[in-house]
Design a protein around this ligand. Structure first.
Ligand SMILES: *Cc1c(COP(=O)(O)O)cnc(C)c1O
Length: 385
């Protein structure tokens, strides 16, 4: 929700830009941190959701670790001041260069996604005379009931090691002198709103943990990943129910005294604390369709073009007694998928009206590109106002 002061401030600025509500971000992080502490759970923030420096500074301050999915993110985490023993590194395609860098930084753990990767990390660690801490990312074949493009834990997905490869995995761990097995890792998808999905995950985590322990491989870390969704249809509801989310794991995981539970939340922590602010360039009223053309496009916010994601769109330039009209809200990029919403019912729009595209804190700014040679994206925070 924007105050009149926010809107007055926006109207003096060049658009488009990402606006960050740092108060809401801090509050969200605090609520999550307190809920996690109740159960002694550990959170590593999934940096790929948003690695804006101002966001990372808040995350670091609350004491979370960092979950990186590339060498660049490992570097960014370390350079942003995250303790190296609070950095975890996942990804199906870690290059030798990335692995070597992470070994040099003595990160907490590699979340390993194939048998071959396990062998490569062992070899590279041996060359450095180091022991790499590894967790096995297991593909548990649990349906996350989310959009197909952001489901990651089914047999047909590229992520993780499949259950039938676990015996080979245990064999490699047993003979690799430069690997230290710390635990098991899962991440089954993103924007998960049906919490029952996590009950199914817990059942699988318990099975795999017991399997490893039965073979003499002590599982110290149960890393259940992230994926908790936010309510894109209700951006003002704002803070996700972290308490209910964590409680499921407390209730359904069989946690042994020597085990820690780790989470990797991204979207739920940052999603609601940002909006993309844009202006109407042109209104085109047709026979079949009405279009509003914004000065922001898929180069600033790719989610709708990439996976038909919904974002609430609001006209901030309120007109008294304005009529409601259905618009296709599009950007200026030369692609037909450059569309933020079809048949969106909103108040009649005019050139230069300020438009807010809500809930853009996660997978927004980080996916911006300069396709069409667009200007670099600008960010504004609540502290600039
Ligand atoms: C993307 C990702 C996450 C975070 O997912 P969210 O849906 O943003 O919570 C966590 N862990 C891994 C390994 C990821 O790739």
């Amino acid at each position: 929700m924007f105050s009149d002061k926010d809107i007055a401030h926006f109207s003096n600025l060049e658009t488009p830009f990402y606006y960050y509500d740092l108060n809401l971000l801090r509050e969200t992080l605090k609520v999550c941190s307190e809920a996690a502490s109740t159960y002694n759970f550990h959170v590593h923030y999934a940096m790929k959701a948003n690695f804006n420096d101002k966001v990372l500074a808040q995350v670091k301050q609350i004491g979370f670790g960092a979950d990186a999915v590339s060498g660049g993110e490992v570097r960014k985490a370390i350079e942003s001041g995250f303790a190296n023993d609070k950095v975890v590194f996942a990804g199906v395609g870690k290059s030798d260069k990335e692995i070597n860098y992470a070994l040099d930084q003595d990160i907490f753990c590699f979340n390993v996604e194939s048998l071959q990767e396990l062998q490569v990390i062992n070899q590279l660690a041996e060359k450095k005379g180091k022991v790499a801490k590894v967790a096995i990312r297991i593909n548990p074949n649990v349906d996350a009931h989310t959009h197909a493009n952001i489901t990651t834990g089914l047999d047909e997905n590229k992520f993780g090691i499949n259950s039938w490869d676990m015996p080979a995995c245990a064999d490699i761990l047993n003979v690799s002198a430069n690997l230290e097995f710390v635990g098991i890792h899962f991440h089954i998808g993103s924007q998960i709103t049906n919490l029952d999905v996590y009950k199914n995950l817990c059942v699988r985590v318990n099975e795999f943990a017991a399997w490893f322990e039965d073979r003499g491989l002590s599982v110290k870390v149960l890393n259940v990943g992230g994926g908790l969704g936010i309510d894109y249809h209700n951006p003002n509801a704002q803070i996700p129910n972290f308490e209910a989310y964590f409680k499921i794991f407390a209730d359904f995981l069989e946690i042994k005294p020597h085990q820690e539970v780790h989470f990797e939340l991204g979207r739920a922590l940052v999603g609601q604390s940002s909006s993309l602010i844009s202006r109407v360039l042109y209104v085109k009223n047709g026979k079949k369709k009405n279009f509003i053309v914004l000065d922001a496009g898929m180069t600033e916010l790719m989610r709708p073009a990439l996976y038909q994601a919904y974002h609430q769109i609001e006209n901030l330039s309120q007109q008294a007694h304005a009529e409601s009209v259905k618009y296709d809200v599009v950007g200026p990029i030369c692609e037909s998928t450059d569309c933020f919403g079809k048949e969106v019912l909103m108040q009649e729009a005019f050139r230069n009206d300020l438009i807010a595209i809500r809930s853009t804190g996660a997978y927004g700014e980080v996916m911006a590109s300069n396709y069409n040679l667009r200007d670099a994206i600008v960010t504004v925070t609540s502290e600039d106002i």
